[in-house]
Design a binder for this molecule. Structure first.
Ligand SMILES: *[C@@H]1O[C@H](CO)[C@@H](O)[C@H](O)[C@H]1NC(C)=O
Ligand SMILES: *[C@@H]1O[C@H](CO)[C@@H](O)[C@H](O)[C@H]1NC(C)=O
Ligand SMILES: *[C@@H]1O[C@H](CO)[C@@H](O)[C@H](O)[C@H]1NC(C)=O
Ligand SMILES: *[C@@H]1O[C@H](CO)[C@@H](O)[C@H](O)[C@H]1NC(C)=O
Ligand SMILES: *[C@@H]1O[C@H](CO)[C@@H](O)[C@H](O)[C@H]1NC(C)=O
Length: 492
């Protein structure tokens, strides 16, 4: 087990009352008693130190105002002020222990990515190459001792690159430099991330860079688009543009931002076409990083990350210039035309389409990742991770609306893909197609499944807001977000 798995002997710091050990209310141990941290001056810089100290990857957000509930007892730290380079929260400047004018309403929280960074280096695409992981802010390689296709499969899935085609060793894609972080990796194959696999402790190896491990995944990475969201607007289809890169949400600068660029955003989110492309922080100022500047789409791209722009993070902007988008659709009409049912997430399930005022299913003949990718994009659910067939998410009833679906992968909606005429399939419901998209809600740990009529509510609906993170905000779901999911779950 990696040191990164949380056993890391850090008895001084913990995150409580969150959905995982890598998100929650910050608590520190002092004088053998746990206490909280006041949120004055609390932001991503401090959160980053916490995530690093806990081996939880990068900081996604630094929620204030007791988003993860109010602690009891001591408030140990106040006016914490980190530079961002500290190895532990206790190394940051702060008032003396226990000296504060706060109350628990102001308890600070952190949401970490929970995973170390990972990427493919020097390969022909972002889905093939030398495996590199980041640990202690330094990229390093993986030794090929014991490296096989099971391990490679975990890497491919984590990267959103499909399945593993091969697991070359012997520095097939060139030798790395710097640390060799992992040796004797031994995944069971079911892990969501390489960091969950068994391996020697970080940096403990008997290898040389001649033995660097690589992967070749089935996905090309070409159709993979960065995750995207619109925040602080009236619906999920209008707001400030934010993109996810290196597991961190950041904004887009409005320099040369226009309707063509905004149109790509609307298309990617399944929100119709662009009505306007407001700049100048019209939907409020985001927080760092500013990921994209001088964006110049041609209009044919399937995702914003495919448009020409300066390199990630390279910009001459400030957040007063944050770009926004207003799309034609409210974000609800898509849900009426297409939905994924019978899973705990609106971004995974049996595919159902609305036609002639009736919901029906899609046959799995020739159903593949390209088709599924269109579904995920149309729903604003990121990219397709898998295409479970054979009624994996249960059998529908009534109509089987589509068969022989054959998308090229660039369509904005499933209804634009080639397929047999509506209702003209030769299938049974045993062949109902499913999708799992990358923007998947975390599975709640325990919860009764609520059944209303013949419809199974997503399990998380019986959960209180702070028990899972909303994929859109990466924060505990607000009441209105829960209500939105509820609508999706029980529609029509
Ligand atoms: C990969 O290696 C592990 C451990 O050595 C082994 O259990 C597993 O079966 C291997 N996978 C394949 C596909 O050979
Ligand atoms: C579709 O589902 C059926 C029934 O489970 C299965 O036999 C078939 O292989 C599936 N087709 C594809 C293309 O996966
Ligand atoms: C949901 O899926 C399960 C199998 O995963 C199935 O037993 C159940 O009948 C399905 N329910 C609905 C409403 O489709
Ligand atoms: C999908 O369409 C392409 C042409 O657009 C064709 O070459 C291919 O054979 C089709 N695939 C299936 C499974 O029908
Ligand atoms: C539909 O399936 C039946 C039985 O499997 C077969 O006889 C028939 O030719 C099929 N029709 C089409 C259009 O594929």
């Amino acid at each position: 087990v990696f040191a990164d798995s949380g056993i890391s002997a850090v008895a001084q710091l913990r995150l409580v009352n969150g959905p995982s050990r890598c998100a929650g209310r910050v608590e520190v141990l002092h004088n053998q008693q746990w206490g909280t941290v006041c949120d004055d001056n609390w932001d991503l810089t401090e959160a980053r130190v916490v995530c690093r100290e806990l081996g939880c990857g990068t900081a996604l957000s630094a929620p204030r105002g007791s988003r993860f509930g109010q602690g009891t007892g001591h408030i140990w730290l106040h006016e914490v002020n980190c530079t961002g380079t500290e190895a532990a929260l206790s190394e940051c400047r702060a008032r003396p222990w226990g000296e504060h004018n706060c109350n628990h309403v102001e308890d600070a929280g952190v949401v970490c990515s929970g995973k170390p960074h990972l990427f493919c280096h020097s390969g022909p695409s972002r889905c093939a190459g030398r495996v590199e992981v980041i640990h202690k802010q330094q990229w390093g390689t993986v030794c090929d001792d014991g490296w096989n296709i099971t391990d490679a499969g975990v890497v491919c899935r984590q990267l959103g690159c499909g399945t593993a085609l091969s697991a070359p060793g012997g520095a097939r894609f060139g030798q790395g430099s710097g640390p060799i972080w992992l040796d004797e990796v031994n995944c069971a194959g079911t892990e969501a991330a390489l960091s969950e696999c068994r391996a020697k402790p970080w940096g403990d190896h008997n290898c040389h860079h001649r033995e660097d491990a690589s992967v070749v995944c089935s996905g090309s990475g070409i159709s993979e688009v960065a995750q995207l969201r619109l925040v602080n607007g009236p619906s999920r289809c209008a707001g400030r543009v934010e993109v996810l890169h290196h597991q961190l949400w950041g904004t887009v600068c409005d320099d040369s931002w226009d309707l063509i660029d905004a149109g790509i955003v609307c298309k990617q989110l399944g929100c119709g076409i662009a009505l306007s492309a407001p700049g100048a922080g019209r939907f409020g100022r985001g927080s760092d990083p500013i990921w994209l500047d001088d964006v110049q789409c041609t209009g044919t791209e399937i995702g914003l990350s495919e448009c020409r722009a300066r390199p990630w993070g390279n910009n001459n902007c400030h957040h007063g210039e944050d770009a926004g988008v207003i799309c034609t659709d409210s974000g609800n009409s898509e849900v009426i035309q297409l939905r994924l049912v019978n899973s705990s997430s609106r971004c995974a399930g049996r595919v159902e389409v609305f036609h002639n005022k009736k919901w029906g299913t899609v046959c799995n003949d020739s159903w593949d990742l390209k088709d599924a990718g269109v579904v995920c994009r149309q729903l604003g659910c990121g990219t397709a991770l898998s295409t479970p067939t054979g009624a994996h998410f249960g059998q529908g009833s009534d109509h089987i609306w589509l068969g022989n679906v054959n998308c090229t992968g660039t369509e904005a909606a499933l209804s634009q893909c080639r397929a047999r005429p509506w209702g003209d399939s030769n299938c049974t419901h045993e062949e109902d197609a499913g999708v799992v998209c990358s923007a998947n809600l975390p599975e709640p740990v325990t919860s009764p499944t609520a059944v209303t009529g013949d419809r199974v509510l997503p399990k998380f609906l019986s959960y209180t807001a702070h028990e899972f993170l909303c994929p859109v905000s990466q924060l505990p779901c607000s009441t209105s977000e829960v209500a939105a999911y509820q609508r999706w779950g029980v529609s029509p």
